[in-house]
Design a protein around this ligand. Sequence first.
Ligand code: MD3
Ligand code: FE
Length: 204
Amino acid sequence: MTRSTIEGFRLWPGRLGPGAQAALLDQVLAAMAEAPPYRPITPGGKPMSVEMTNLGPLGWVTDARGYRYAPRHPLTGEPWPPIPQALLDLWAELADAAAPPDACLVNLYREGARMGLHQDRDEADFSFPVLSISLGDTAVFRLGGLKRSDPTVSLRLASGDVCLLGGPARLAHHGIDRVIAGSSRLVPGGGRLNLTLRRAAAAL
Ligand code: MD3
Ligand code: FE
């Protein structure tokens, strides 16, 4: 049997309807007013094209010291805002996990932003899945395998789409090739927001 994507990848197209998208966006924009998105600097010294902020007890950060999860915004020094209850509920419903998420990375793609092929390996326990929610402009998402050289498939992630990466897919290479500017009117100023719910620290 052939399959179009790796085992452990699940996609729910349009899982959030227009009302749920608008309500979630309001909450994320309010959090972004407290914890502004910024362009992280890779350990190699280059600013990423994607702007980032985080919600929850821990947030993913990168700088000259490397990649890690940290409890405070690197620019404001404040704790990250809480993860909205609607996202905790979505994790409880879809992730089938023994513990709640302790981190939600917020990626903001303005015009021209992209994310190169990578693995998410900075979390303590890869048996927890990652749950992704897309809002705004459609992204051209690339999903590969465990090896960087494995074949990849290209999928579109549109506003309201939710995907789960568990099992073998949890360590799959993936990235965002491009975002289709103007494909949605949801995000003020244009662009795309992606929220990834994660378990960064080991569960108790
Ligand atoms: C596959 N974000 O934040 S979300 C990231 O759309 C990231 O902003 C992309 O890759 C974005 O790390 C893709 C879908 C996704 C998220 C996590 C994954 C796919 C994944 C983890 C493992 C494998
Ligand atoms: Fe990733």
